[in-house]
Write a protein that binds this ligand. Structure first.
Ligand code: NDP
Length: 450
């Protein structure tokens, strides 16, 4: 009998915690997957013998580096950069870059771990990675952001490549930053290849990449509702965040006939019971993407309430957390349930605390975990990679159809592995974890001990 045999879940998690001290976000992400996978592999000896779970929870590689740059006042600034290459069993590492003061190794390890499973669910050949820096783009001039991005890429370029590792955007990394990063990669290497996704349309970007995460999150909700003979049409929706994902979630909610009544940023929440229609959304896009302003300006413009904190105390039918991790506490999850929420679709990565997820699943509301619900973004990134490799561009209509099909496919995989016997309830968390695990694990088995 192999030494690995039959370590139980608690012992497994004790080991993860011992080997990764202080990395609470990483522990949380591993536990969330392992708790479902343990049950699934209980009678499947081969996964135990090959120590698959232990190997997936150990990143292939974590690269950490110094990033020096000079601000506009000629002060030298020193930041830390990372790239976590978690697992490339089913394709090149793929996952975004996050620039935010809260970034640390634990956050990036959790994101890279999650990304491995999310990418597996898309059905596309992509492994999992994530990277970023504790650099805060807020309040920096364009020149400062450019100098930082150039310095960051001057180290990162040696670890990435179109067939090795293909980063993209995330919090604090949008079209502007991707442009600066790609420009520097091209300058250093003298190669024009698909090494980053989320690029501008003029230089190899894909149509609907910008919209894909937010749209996909709402499509996933629509699939869950359709299964119960309902739809987003006519539903009031809480949306948090006001960046890329939140903006496009609101856009798709509007297109499907729903009504989004909130948005938030790190300064608080706007509550607009009349709904954030297309015109108001255009104001938000201008405010956030160009002026880089605060949502208080929305409240002033449209005369609605601006509340401290997050939107989860407000009564509505559906919730779309689209800001950041752990933004729905357990108490807030319980408040949502008490106020009659019917469904939650996670646009952000791991926005609900562990016990909050348990509260949702116990209450049997429709709950779509981030690795399934927000996979639309990376799916279209995968399609951007294909277009770059073939040196072609697909039309918007084709990509819209592919995105919708991929989200429906992910929904159906979750149903296959998460449907509760004898009822119409689907545990989407369990379904997503098991469906994603099987593909990565079976590829790892095929490679032997590597
Ligand atoms: P953006 O930077 O465009 O927007 C992030 C939004 O969340 C902003 O409104 C920001 O507020 C708010 N926010 C960030 N951190 C905090 C915090 N600690 N407290 C309160 N508000 C906060 O990021 P994205 O929209 O791209 O990403 C949002 C989430 O979606 C992240 O979890 C990301 O990992 C996930 N995601 C994104 C994908 C994409 O394609 N972009 C793909 C898959 C997942 P403020 O304006 O004040 O900074």
């Amino acid at each position: 009998m192999a030494v690995s045999d039959h370590v139980n879940l608690e012992q497994f998690m004790d080991g993860v915690k011992r080997r990764n001290p202080g990395e609470s976000e990483f522990h949380q992400a591993v536990y969330e997957v392992a708790s479902n996978v343990y049950e699934y592999i209980a009678d499947k000896e081969i996964y135990h013998e090959a120590q698959i779970l232990r190997r997936i929870a150990e990143p292939d590689r974590v690269v950490s580096f110094r990033v020096c740059w000079a601000d506009d006042n000629e002060n030298i600034r020193v930041q830390r950069g990372w790239r976590v290459q978690n697992n490339n069993s089913i394709g090149p590492y793929k996952g975004g870059l996050r620039f935010h003061p809260s970034v640390n190794q634990s956050v990036l390890k959790f994101l890279a771990f999650e990304q491995t499973f999310k990418n597996s669910l898309t059905g596309l050949p992509m492994g999992g990675g994530k990277g970023g820096s504790n650099f805060n783009p807020k309040g920096k001039s364009n020149n400062e952001v450019m100098r930082f991005c150039q310095s960051f890429m001057t180290e990162l370029y040696r670890h990435v490549g179109e067939d090795t590792d293909v980063p993209a955007g995330d919090i604090g990394v949008g079209a502007r930053e991707i442009g600066y990063l790609f420009g520097q990669y091209k300058r250093i290497t003298n190669r024009f290849v698909g090494v980053l996704t989320g690029k501008g349309l003029e230089f190899g970007g894909s149509r609907i990449r910008t919209e894909a995460t937010g749209y996909g999150t709402v499509y996933f909700m629509e699939s869950m509702l359709n299964r119960r003979k309902a739809s987003v049409d006519g539903m009031t929706c809480l949306v948090s965040g006001s960046g890329n994902v939140a903006q496009h979630a609101v856009e798709k909610i509007n297109q499907l006939g729903g009504k989004a009544i909130t948005l938030s940023d790190s300064g608080g929440t706007i509550h607009d019971p009349d709904g954030i229609d297309a015109e108001k959304l255009a104001f938000v896009k201008e405010l956030k993407n160009k002026k880089r302003g605060r949502l208080t300006e929305y409240a002033d413009e449209y005369g609605c309430e601006h509340l401290e904190g997050r939107p989860w105390g407000i009564t509505a039918d559906l919730a779309f957390p689209c800001a950041t991790q752990n933004e729905i506490s357990t108490a807030e999850a319980k408040a949502l349930i008490k106020n009659g929420i019917r469904g939650v679709s996670e646009g952000a990565n791991m926005p609900t605390e562990q016990d909050g997820i348990h509260a949702f699943t116990k209450a049997k509301i429709l709950f779509a975990p981030s690795k399934a619900a927000n996979a639309g973004g990376v799916a279209v990134s995968g399609l951007e990679m294909s277009q770059n490799s073939a040196r072609i561009t697909w039309k918007e209509a084709e990509l819209q159809t592919l995105l919708k099909d991929i989200m429906t496919g992910i929904h159906d995989s979750c149903v296959e592995y998460g449907a509760e016997a004898g009822s119409d309830y689907v545990d989407y968390v369990k379904g997503a974890n098991i469906a994603a695990f099987i593909k990565v694990a079976d590829a790892m088995l095929a490679f032997g001990v590597v």
